[in-house]
Each structure stands twice: as structure tokens, then as C-alpha cells.
Design a protein around this ligand. Sequence first.
Ligand code: PTJ
Length: 260
Amino acid sequence: MPHISEEHPRFISLNIREALVKGFQTGLVAEAGLMAHGRGEALDYLIGEESRTFALNAEKAGVAALLMATHPVISINGNTAALVASEIVQLANIIKAKIEINLFHRSDERATRIHEHLINNGAKAEDILVLGDIPETELPEIASSRRIVAEEGIAQADCILVPLEDGDRTEALKKLNKIVIAIDLNPLSRTAQQASITIVDNIVRAIPKMIEFGEKLAKWPPDEQKQVVESYENRKILKSAISAIEARLVALADLDEVLQ
Ligand code: PTJ
């Protein structure tokens, strides 16, 4: 792996990319995960590579919904495991959620690697659901292997955090009256458009922010947590995210500013 100097203007972004490449080489990340990362990287650039207000509002509402849930579940895939495994474990502990390893490009070998990686990052074995070892069920109207979910995980969950998800499953989960919280840098993706709460932020920033909100909101009375969820409007958040990209592009189109 090439050494990236801290002085490099794209140090953080290049390090995230290297974490994905390492995750691919160690069997955590799918080939398609590298491409998905490239798309995310481009969109993050447009957003300004920081957690904007629309993201912070969605992160707070997402955490409040997860804290209020009876059966909260975090669905984890290869990219999420490679980038934020220990943070996912911390968040799961705060919101008291199960972690379901649920892959789009299903492979038992990769699921086992992700399982080991989560354990190495502090997860308790009893909090992780690995398909193949436990009772499974199928969600209706989905063609991909993400239709298969754990009976005591996504199937019975009332609120699910789905980082880097696909649109079909988000839609199917919504039809089953579940609250779906998506993390997706593309505010125009079907997942982003379908989710109940859409966090338009890079997962490497979103999960640490959700941990911060979680530590605070966990001490709030339930009616105050409920107020955060009830006052949240996803359409407004999506609109702000798209407008923010537009405004940034307009500002960047002033070439003098870009070339400074
Ligand atoms: O590990 P698997 O088999 O479950 O596969 C995982 C991937 C990500 C390959 C799979 O879910 C997939 O193909 O996803 P999509 O449909 O490509 O969607 C990924 C979305 O995540 C895209 O809209 C990307 O812009 C976005 N994205 C990529 N990297 C990040 C991101 N969003 C937030 N943070 C990122 N770091």
C-alpha cells in the first residue's frame, strides 16, 4: 500500500480508498463494493466532504428512531465492515441493536470474514446474526439475495439502519411498515428516495456522529426522542441535500476560486 503523506490535500479521502482496497484484499469487500465506493467518493466531493446540516438532522432523527424501536437492527455489508466496524459495534451497544450481516453479493466465505472482523472489533458473538447459521425467511418482491433475512433480525425488526443499501429492499421493507434509515451519499438513488430517514453523508462521518447523538439522546425521556422523530421531514432533507450540491457547483463554477 503506498504511503500517503498527511500533508497531501486529499489525505482523508485517499486513506478511505485504501481501507476499501485493503478490505477487498482481505475478503471483506465485494468487487462491486470498490465501484460503489468510487461513486460515493465523487458524490462526497460534490457535497463538500463534510457532514452538512441536512445530514446532521437525519443522523439525529435516525438515532432517535433507533432508540425508540422495540427491535432495532443494523444491516452490515462489506463496505461498512471495511470502513467502520468498531464504530458500528459502539453504535449497536448504545441503541441496543442486533447486527445482521446481510450481503447483496451473498457469499458465505465473505460473511464469515465480516463476522470475524466484527468480533475483532469488539462485537459480542450473541449480538451478530450471520445468515446460513440461523433461521431465515424471505422478503416479498425482491430478486437479489438481500431478500433473505434473519428471522430474529431484519424480519422482526421495526427499525433498520441500512448503510449503502439497494433500492428494492428499502422499498420492500417500507411496504412491511418498517422504519428504514439509509446512509447514502447519493440523494437521488432509489434507496435515498425510498427510505424513511435518509442520511446523505459519508459513512465514515455518519456513524461517529450517530454515536455522539446516541450518547446524548439515550438520556432523554421517550417523549423528547419521539418529538425528534415526529418533527423530521425526509422530503425536506432530500431537497436540502440536492440544493446544497447545486449551490456548491454554482460556487465552484467560479474558476478563479477553484484555481486559487
Ligand atoms: O457487500 P455487499 O455484497 O452487500 O455489497 C455492497 C455494495 C455497496 C456493493 C452493494 O450494496 C451495492 O451494489 O450498492 P449500490 O447499489 O452500488 O449502492 C451503494 C450506494 O452507496 C451508492 O449510492 C453510493 O453512492 C453510496 N456510497 C458509496 N460509498 C459510500 C456511500 N454512501 C455513504 N458512504 C460511503 N462511504
